[in-house]
Design a protein around this ligand. Structure first.
Ligand code: AMP
Length: 305
């Protein structure tokens, strides 16, 4: 079954303590869509300007991503620039130029409205709601968000949370949204706002999954070289959603979600090995399976005799 992905598609300039690269393919939907495409078909909804390089369009198409929902508007593509600090875990946004994004209304092509799996990647919650308003009874709705929306559009975000099955956010955002210092309390508190499931990402330290009296802690792959953490969260969300859509189980159990979280973590761990989506261009399903098995081995232990 396909997954509908809506979010930003942009050109990023990223600086790490070692390197800086400009005009890279980026945006929450770009990362999420490419990641999900390893498991299933993707219907991409977003907007680019008429300066968006054709090579990026060709790349999306080479991944089998349906672009009927990607609008090309006169003007400049969304641009974002960020700088990572020495820990490669924290970053400062240097600039955000909305450009064609400023007047974006995500209108779904008729063929998309019955897509059963929906990933609302990071964009303004009002736009995420607008997409849901057009959809006909999706089976699973997953949403991602960021601190900007918690600070500037909290009432829209709270409205959205009543309509999503799962929320994905990072640890500092979970604390900011709930006012809880404990991530365990924050997870439960977010569930009370609507989503049945919550995934709290902890950057290089893995992720926590919360369900109804159910909890799973997924470690992170011990990478020696992280070149660019940009899009790790979006890649995680795309892998998770794509895996669930590819299974299309009649019931989405916590067991399946645990596997989905590990697949999401595997995809994210590969993505940070190179700038932009460069590592994804060569990534194979075999490598994904190989690292999934490594995650399993690393987390397994026997009960002491
Ligand atoms: P992440 O590293 O998961 O936070 O995602 C980084 C991506 O989000 C970059 O490729 C940016 O282009 C995109 N991005 C940054 N700020 C925004 C924003 N305000 N709305 C939508 N996308 C954004």
């Amino acid at each position: 079954m396909p997954v509908l992905v809506v979010g930003s598609i942009g050109l990023d300039t990223v600086k790490t303590p070692i390197e800086e690269h400009a005009d890279l393919l980026g945006g929450s939907a770009s990362y999420a869509a490419v990641s999900a495409s390893y498991f299933t078909g993707v219907n991409l909804v977003g907007i680019v300007g008429d300066d968006f390089p054709k090579t990026h369009v060709d790349y999306f198409q080479s991944r089998g991503i349906d672009l009927a929902g990607m609008q090309i508007a006169p003007g400049k593509t969304f641009r974002w620039s960020g700088e990572y600090h020495w820990d490669m875990n924290t970053r400062t946004t240097r600039s955000t130029d909305l450009n064609v994004f400023e007047h974006f209304t995500p209108t779904l092509p008729p063929a998309y409205v019955e897509t059963p799996y929906v990933l609302l990647a990071n964009i303004a919650p009002a736009l995420q709601i607008h997409v849901l308003d057009q959809m006909r009874r999706p089976k699973l709705v997953i949403a991602d968000t960021m601190n900007l929306w918690i600070e500037t559009a909290k009432s829209d975000l709270l409205e959205l949370l009543k309509r999503v099955d799962m929320l994905i956010l990072n640890d500092s955002e979970a604390r900011e949204l709930t006012g809880e210092t404990s991530l365990i309390k924050a997870g439960s508190s977010i569930r009370r706002l609507g989503p049945k499931y919550v995934a709290i990402k902890k950057g290089e330290h893995g992720c926590l999954l919360f369900g109804d009296n159910l909890f799973f802690s997924c470690g992170a792959y011990p990478l020696e070289d992280i070149h660019d953490p940009t899009g790790a969260g979006d890649t995680f969300a795309g892998g998770l959603a794509g895996y669930l859509a590819s299974r299309n189980d009649s019931e989405i159990t916590f067991e399946k979600l645990r596997k989905a979280v590990v697949y999401g973590s595997v995809l994210a761990s590969y993505n940070v090995e190179a700038f932009s989506l460069e590592r994804m261009r060569t990534l194979s399903l075999h490598e994904i399976e190989e690292r999934y098995q490594m995650f399993k081995l690393m987390s397994h232990f026997e009960v002491l005799e």
